[in-house]
Write a protein that binds this ligand. Structure first.
Ligand code: GLN
Length: 263
């Protein structure tokens, strides 16, 4: 029996513990309701996506999403805990309660909405194309038939892998990598012709690698939001309330400005 996710915000630990004992067995330890009741807000992310989430020397995960999640957690009186995982595990982690929410520069898509709820959006993204400085590829049209690197299961992957009549370049022309940085390294090594990835990570990868440029084109525009289990409507409401306050008082904008320097 799948235990119905408890709406736990605002419940005392004692009440929640009693409810948990009432409806679940010992194998329910990972229910997200339990982590939230323990005063922890667990965020699933993939910490190789600068400037949204990345490791600083100190082994600490920092970035826009981390600071926004921290500000939301503070508003909810919860302690933020970060679980770093592959990007394509985040939605499952949220669905199974391993994490309370996913923040990963994650684009809101109709398909993902079948699996999870999305909060109100807090940032926008653009899919960008990175090529070598001396590349013959100057526009999206030049990409047809070329080898394109993407990060597995990202929207860049989904769009690029679509057939040309649907605006993509065809699966056979797309190579998937677990991390954006691996795709970029393969481009630097000359084994692929381009990388399609979100614009801010693209800027960061181009800065940290010699000889790369971003095409002056916007492949797809997107909106980023936190994903939350469909079984936890209350957390969704609370996160949206917190986000609204943080937008209103300028906190979100100042976090974005701290990491995204106007060109
Ligand atoms: N915005 C893209 C997506 O949601 C990429 C996110 C990421 O790689 N962290 O698919």
């Amino acid at each position: 029996m799948k235990m119905k996710k408890l709406l736990v915000l605002g419940l005392s630990a004692v009440m929640a513990a009693a409810m948990l004992t009432g409806c679940g067995g010992s194998d329910k330890k990972e229910e997200k309701s339990l982590t939230v009741t323990e005063g922890t807000l667990t965020m699933a992310t993939n910490a190789y996506f600068p400037p949204y989430e990345y490791y600083e020397e100190s082994d600490e995960i920092v970035g826009i999403d981390v600071e926004i999640a921290q500000a939301v957690a503070d508003k909810l009186g919860l302690e933020l805990k970060i679980e770093d995982m592959e990007f394509d595990s985040i939605i499952t982690a949220v669905q199974t309660g391993k994490a309370d929410m996913g923040l990963a520069g994650m684009t809101v898509t109709e398909e993902r909405k079948q699996s999870v709820n999305f909060s109100d959006t807090y940032a926008t993204g653009i899919q960008s194309v990175i090529v070598k400085e001396d590349s013959a590829i100057k526009s999206l049209d030049d990409l047809q038939g070329k080898k394109i690197g993407v990060q597995l299961s990202t929207t860049g992957d989904i769009y690029a892998s679509a057939e040309p009549e649907d605006g993509g370049f065809g699966k056979d022309n797309v190579e998937q990598f677990q991390k954006g940085a691996d795709a970029v390294n393969t481009l630097v090594a000359g084994k692929i012709d381009a990388v399609i990835i979100d614009n801010q990570p693209a800027i960061s990868f181009v800065k940290s690698n010699e000889g790369l440029i971003i095409l002056d084109t916007e492949y797809v525009q997107e909106e980023y939001a936190a994903c939350i289990s469909k079984d936890n409507e209350e957390l969704l409401t609370k996160v949206n309330e917190a986000l609204a306050e943080l937008k209103e008082d300028g906190t979100i904008q100042s976090i974005l400005d701290k990491y995204i320097v106007a060109e």
